[in-house]
Design a protein around this ligand. Sequence first.
Ligand SMILES: CC(C)(COP(=O)(O)OP(=O)(O)OC[C@H]1O[C@@H](n2cnc3c(N)ncnc32)[C@H](O)[C@@H]1OP(=O)(O)O)[C@@H](O)C(=O)NCCC(=O)NCCS
Length: 170
Amino acid sequence: MPAIQELFVRRMEEKDIPHACAIDIASSALPWSEHSLRFELNQNPAARLWVAEMADDMGEARVVGLLVLWIIVDEVHIANIAVHPDFRRRRIGQRLLAKGLLSASEEGARSVFLEVRRGNLAAQSLYRRFGFIETGIRPRYYRDNREDAVLMSLESLQPDLLHKWEQDTL
Ligand SMILES: CC(C)(COP(=O)(O)OP(=O)(O)OC[C@H]1O[C@@H](n2cnc3c(N)ncnc32)[C@H](O)[C@@H]1OP(=O)(O)O)[C@@H](O)C(=O)NCCC(=O)NCCS
């Protein structure tokens, strides 16, 4: 497996959509369709879509993670984040999120919120690392199994910290 330092986080392009969609299918009970990602990419002015890319064994670039943010005035909503199951726990999610939030802060965003399944302890742990705290519950929010959503928020983005997380490698 290539060194994680070769990871490159960049804005999503049309050609990435099938790969990003495949990662989401492997990661979520309610994955986004290619159509939804295409809409976000091309028609939602509030959306910022990112991918994490690394070289595969043949030296070919491979998309291993995706991030979708919505920026509404000075607030960011994390709409989707997923890392390919074969590449988890290598700080890819952290670097992807740090880069996306850093860019959002450069656009003037100050705070961030998201919903996460009550049982999704991995994602909650990632968000806590960034300083997110639990601010509420949306009962039976997820339509597949009626699982509650935990609402988490980060009051104030800190660019210095995001720079550090963005470069943090294993
Ligand atoms: C959540 C997700 C994106 C994390 O991606 P990742 O690349 O594996 O996460 P990272 O390696 O960057 O983890 C950074 C830190 O987050 C925490 N974390 C991440 N995964 C964790 C897990 N399974 N258990 C406990 N803590 C975890 C840890 O603090 C970790 O640091 P450490 O490895 O030094 O302990 C990934 O698990 C995923 O794609 N899950 C399915 C999709 C999903 O749940 N999306 C969130 C929707 S709200």
